[in-house]
Design a protein around this ligand. Sequence first.
Ligand SMILES: [Zn+2]
Length: 141
Amino acid sequence: MRIDDKAIIGCVGDGWQPIVAGLCKHIKFILKRYGLDIELLNVAQVKEKLGGLRFYWCWNSTEDPHVKRIQDIAHEDIRDLVRAAEIQCDQTCEYCGESGELDDTQSWIKVRCPECKAKKRNWRDDEDDNLFCSDARGEEK
Ligand SMILES: [Zn+2]
């Protein structure tokens, strides 16, 4: 997926969507700053796993040694951004965006605020309707 693909944001719950949208925006900004084409970065998979955000990305290969060198330099910046977003998600209810913490009292482990925890809210109850995310999960195996 390209970093500007709207489907990326739909792979997480409403509460995390602003975080993931912000992450994509910052990655695009970094690519631009380094003069790298947006097509050079591939977002392989975005999802929640064991309560945490997983944002898998990689560089598309290039024959151009100059571009390769810049990719290496930009790599760390992007990795740091992804890490920061993951940490933010660890403290944010994936359902509503309020501040939350890991809830492992249900049959799943998710980050939930006290209210969503009490109401056992789970946006992924209808996840099978989301073909994109189903496909993404399949790729992991
Ligand atoms: Zn909540």
